[in-house]
Write a protein that binds this ligand. Structure first.
Ligand SMILES: [Cu+2]
Length: 473
């Protein structure tokens, strides 16, 4: 084991705990599954939109605490959680493209933590580098320039070794960038533009969240915006739904219970070139998809479920009429041709269950080691392979995904085959199935310094499936 990954005894213990991949170690927690609660018994809340504490020309100032809190995920049960702003689905920060946001976080968690703006193109000092932490009792102001296209971003903890548990316990929220050219498109807006954070959890008898990194597959309760299988009353008209997989580990495979199509309009980093009709959305941890669903197609009283392969997540209840002047244009966004790539790199993801590590190119993350240097403003092709077809000789394959900080990318191919139409836009996170190689081309704009890239199944990044690049001039 490298010193960088497992220097402290408590971190060693934690990592060993994480690598008991499927071995419950005799400590099987009492399960209070989502199935024990009647589905669709509570309304899906919308996370509050955070108001600026001060404003200057071109700049908004925001302030949020990082603090423990409680929330009601299962009806009538109080669950301790870790939050931004005391809210289990943190307040939504909604900004306009080109308008800078300075967000101050006051850490009252009782231990160190930080904040990463997932999908944000931000200076290295504001990226939430895993070792760049806010001590308990201290504050830090993150500088978000918002010089990027409109997109559904999110903010979450990135404390090295603790990111999986922190995010699992609730340190996640939306950060929505409104694009300057979006309004003229006429997409559903205002009350009909709805962020939905999807995730999972396992509960104990007392309603506490069980975090067992060794068994991330046993998290049967599905939630939307912090409630277990809620309903959401909708008008009979078009809605823009911003779906985020905020799970630490789970892959959602989503469809509508009635088999109807959704119209996908955006992916991680904003609008697709054109709308894509689809009846299935696969979102791995950290990925986003925006869809338009026209509930005007249904009579009042219709109930439409959003289903994962493991069960329903959310039910839309069509309960009133409303005027609808929104539309989904045939063209959403011009895609600039990719610049010529200056570099091709190969990265291989693998778990090492014997040494309790997760690796990129056979190395666990070491903050003292720079894995590559990348020229600012360059464009590179990365070939990322998931070699875990037979983890530890078990015969089982394990999916991974891959997230780049700072850089946005476009998928070139999967095992030589063209990407799906819904993957045709700019992305920052991509699912890679066992044995699969994904080739993407990334652009490294704007900022210098050290940024990480990693598997966004956070139990994997927490034990080393992460590397760092240094952007140089
Ligand atoms: Cu992984």
């Amino acid at each position: 084991m490298t010193r960088g990954l497992l220097g402290e005894p408590e971190q060693q213990a934690q990592a060993q705990n994480m690598m008991r991949m499927h071995d419950h170690g005799g400590r099987v927690p009492a399960v209070r599954t989502g199935a024990s609660v009647a589905p669709f018994s509570v309304a899906m809340p919308l996370p509050p939109v955070l108001a600026p504490v001060a404003t200057l020309p071109g700049i908004d100032f925001y302030r949020l605490s990082i603090q423990p809190s409680t929330t009601e995920i299962l009806p009538g049960v109080s669950t301790p959680v870790l939050t931004y702003g005391g809210q289990f689905t943190a307040p939504t920060i909604r900004v306009r493209q080109g308008r800078r946001a300075l967000v101050t976080f006051d850490n009252k968690l009782g231990h160190e933590a930080n904040v990463h703006l997932h999908g944000g193109r931000v200076p290295a000092a504001s990226d939430g580098y895993p070792m760049d932490l806010i001590a308990n009792g201290k504050s830090k102001t993150y500088d978000y320039p918002n010089n990027q296209a409109g997109a559904t971003l999110w903010y979450h903890d990135h404390t090295h070794h603790m990111e999986a548990e922190h995010v699992y316990r609730g340190m996640h929220g939306f950060y929505l960038v409104e694009g300057t050219d979006e309004q003229q498109l006429g997409l559903p807006s205002g009350a009909y533009d709805v962020p939905i954070l999807l995730r999972d959890a396992l509960f104990d008898d007392q309603g506490g969240l069980v975090f067992d990194p060794a068994d991330p597959y046993n998290r049967p309760t599905l939630m939307a915006n912090g409630k277990s299988q809620p309903y959401f009353k909708v008008a009979a008209r078009k809605y823009r739904l911003r779906l985020l997989n905020g799970s630490a580990h789970r892959i959602f495979e989503l469809s509508l219970g009635n088999g109807a199509q959704m119209t996908q309009i955006a992916t991680d980093c904003g609008l697709l070139p054109a709308p894509v009709p689809t009846n299935k959305l696969v979102l791995s941890s950290g990925e986003r998809a925006e869809v338009v669903i026209d509930f005007g197609a249904y009579p009042l009283g219709t109930q439409v479920t959003l289903e994962d392969v493991s069960g329903p997540v959310l039910r839309f209840d069509v309960e009133r009429r409303a005027l609808d002047r929104s539309r989904v244009p045939d063209r959403l966004r011009a895609m600039v041709p990719l610049a010529a790539a200056t570099q091709t790199r190969q990265l291989t993801l693998s778990l090492d269950p014997v040494n309790i590590q997760a690796l990129i190119n056979n190395q666990a993350f070491d903050p003292n080691r720079v894995d590559m240097q990348v020229r600012r403003g360059s464009s590179e092709v990365w070939e990322v392979t998931n070699s875990d077809t037979n983890v530890g000789g078990s015969g089982f394959g394990v999916p991974h995904n891959f997230h780049t900080h700072l850089a946005q990318f476009r998928i070139l191919d999967r095992d030589g085959k063209a990407p799906l139409p819904g993957e045709a836009g700019w992305k920052d996170t991509v699912l890679i199935q066992p044995g699969e190689t994904v080739r993407f081309q990334a652009s490294f704009a704007d900022y210098l310094g050290r940024y990480v890239y990693h598997c966004h199944m956070l139990e994997h990044s927490a034990i080393g499936m992460m590397g760092q690049m240094e952007i140089v001039s």
